[in-house]
Design a protein around this ligand. Sequence first.
Ligand SMILES: [Zn+2]
Length: 477
Amino acid sequence: MNYIPTIGLEVHVQLNTNTKIFCGCKTSFGDPPNVHICPVCLGLPGALPVLNNEVLKKAVLAGLAIKAEIHKKSKFDRKNYFYPDLPKAYQISQFDEPYCTNGVITIEEEGRKKDICIIRIHMEEDAGKLMHSEDSNVQESYVDLNRAGTPLIEIVSAPEIDSSDEAVLYLTQLKSIMQYIEISDCNMEQGSLRVDANISVRPEGQEKLGTRAEIKNLNSFKAVKAAIDYEIERQIDLINSGEKVLQETRLWNAVSSRTVSMRSKEESHDYRYFPEPDLVPVVLTDDEISAILNDMPELAYQKKERFVKDYSIPEYDAGVLTAKKEYAEYYENLVKKGVPAKKASNWLMAEMLAFAREKDLEFKDLCSFENLSALLLEIESGTISGKIAKTVFAEMIETNKDPLQIIKEKGLVQITDENAIVLVVEEVLKENQESVQSFLDGKDKALGFLVGQVMKKTQGKANPPLVNKLLLERLKK
Ligand SMILES: [Zn+2]
C-alpha cells in the first residue's frame, strides 16, 4: 500500500521591534533574567496593555509581502492555559478575527513552481522561558520573563506540503521574504523563527486526510526535515501494523532522532478563547495600508526578474544571487563598480558562496565588499589573471589583507611584456620537441600543453592570451 503524506506548517516569527507588543519593555536577547519586565508583561492586576503600532505595521507588511488580504478590522483574544512561563495564565492572541488571511508562498523545485496557500497570519505575544537546572540531582527550575510579551506573528499554511523537502523549500522561501522586508532576523538558534509541523498520512486513493500529529518547536531546517521524515515513517508503520495514529502533540528529540508523545492535542475549545476586554479592536484605514505598501522593499522574486533583464545573467544565477538580500547587495555593488555582470555572478557563486558555506559565515564576515571589488577590478585591468586572483582571494579571506598588498608582496603582477614572455616560449619549445612535432602533425591538443608549460614556468603570471598568440606565431614559423 502506498501512503501520501500531508504537511501543514505553523511558523512563529519574532518581530524585530525595539519594545514588546503591549508595553514599553525592551525586547533584547541574552540579557540577565527578568530585567525587561513591567506590570503589563507580568500580568499584574490592573495593568493595561496597549498595542505597539510598530508591531502592527510590521505584521501588515508581512501580510502584504505574501499577497494576503489585510483586514481593516481585527481583534485580540485571550487564549487561556496554565504554564509557569505564562504569568497571566493566558496569552493575548488573535482567534476568529485575525488581521490577515489568504496569502500565498510560491516554492520552486527544478523549475517547477507550486503555490502553498497561507490560511492566516495573526499577531500574538510570546511567553517567557523556563530554565531547568543542568544538574540532574537538583530538581529546580527558574523562570525568565524577559521574553514574555515579545511580539510574534504566526503564519499558518494550508496542508498542501507533500514532503519534507517541500517543507524546507517553503521555510527557506518564507525566511527569505521575512528577511527581505526586514521585520525579523529569523535567527532560528535564538528562537526568532520556530516551526510546528502538522503531519498526517493517508492511503493512496483516499480523499480524506488521515489523523494528524503536531510536532512542536522545531528550531532548525535540519530538525524540520528529520522530524517530518521520521513522523511519516512512524505513522505508516502504525497503520500497517493495524494500530491507529493518535491526534496528539509530539516533541522532536534531536539526540535520539525520534518524536515522542507530549500530550493529547488540544482543540481550540480547550483554550476557552474569549475577546480580550482590555484592548480595543485593531482598525486600519486604506491610507494606512497603502502607506505600509509604499514602504515595501523590492522582494526576492522581483529582484530576480530584474537581474535577468538588466544584467543579462541566466535565471539560475539570478535565483542564487537573490536568495539572500546580502548576496544581491554584493552583486549589484560589484556591477556598479565596473565588474562585468557575468564575471561578478561567477565569482560570488563559485568562490564567495563556496567559502561562506564551508566556513558558515555571512558574506560580510568572510570578505569585505571593498576587498572583493578591488580584487576583481585587478583582473579587469589585466594586472593579474583570473587564476592568480583565486590564490589572492584565498589568502585575503584568511588574513583579511588588502588584495593589492598581497599581489605586491607576493610578486603576482601579470607579465604582459612580450619580450619577457617570448624568452620563456622559446625555452618551452626547445624542451618539448615531441609536442611541437604533434602540433605540426595536426594535433591541436599539443598547443594546450605548451601553453600550460609556459604558465607553469611563469608561476601562472603570464598573460594567457598573449602566451597563446606568441606560441602560435613561433610554431607557424
Ligand atoms: Zn513590560
